[in-house]
Design a protein. Structure first.
Length: 202
């Protein structure tokens, strides 16, 4: 019996002007996998080791603020991603897919990142299916940007295994806690693998 992978649940802190300690503590006690933050942000609580750290970089000088080798540099800029890689950091790329050209660019980025954070304009999730298909031979983790529980469930259900996770971009931390708990409270799907014998070819 094979259990499908548990999706990563990331929380985007970069839109929060002030991070309230009480709510962040509550969010960190929910089953989130990672935080996306700004190097300039004051994080008022200690982040547990189990939670991955991603830093959104927009300038070269900000790379120096990433201390640990395990901490990830995330950027829209391919040049900054290359520089972060040369310094030994894992890297993530943020991309927005709005047409065929940006879809092809996202697929090409799979060769250069550890994580690909994808924002989609197309609500059908067809571009996500294509990116996931191209990502299968690689080790890149494809994370879809979502704002609601409904979006999250659709993204995680795409293809047989769905995307590797979601990046929640909510309006407040209470939403993060609620979505994270609702997602992980859902039962894991299991597949029974049965050996078959071919008796005849037609």
């Amino acid at each position: 019996m094979q259990t499908l992978r548990v999706p990563e649940i990331w929380f985007d802190l970069t839109h929060a002007p002030i991070v309230e300690p009480e709510l962040l503590t509550k969010a960190l006690h929910s089953p989130i996998s990672g935080l996306l933050m700004l190097p300039s942000q004051e994080i008022p609580v200690e982040i547990p080791d189990r939670v991955k750290r991603g830093w959104l970089i927009s300038e070269e000088e900000e790379l120096a603020k990433i201390k640990g080798r395990s901490e990830m540099a995330v950027s829209h800029s391919h040049d900054l991603v290359r520089q972060a890689r040369s310094r030994g950091h894992p890297v993530g790329i943020l991309c927005r897919v709005s047409d065929h050209a940006t879809l092809e660019e996202a697929c090409q980025l799979l060769e250069h990142a550890d994580y690909l954070f994808v924002s989609l304009v197309d609500e059908t999730n067809i571009p996500l299916e294509l990116i996931l298909a191209r990502a299968q031979p690689t080790r890149v983790r494809v994370i879809k940007t979502v704002e609601t529980l409904e979006e999250a469930l659709v993204a995680l259900g795409v293809l047989e295994h769905g995307c590797h996770g979601i990046l929640l971009v909510p309006r407040d931390l209470e939403t993060v806690v609620r979505l994270a708990h609702e997602l992980t409270a859902r039962p894991s799907h299991r597949l029974d693998l049965v050996e078959l014998e071919v008796l005849r070819l037609q």
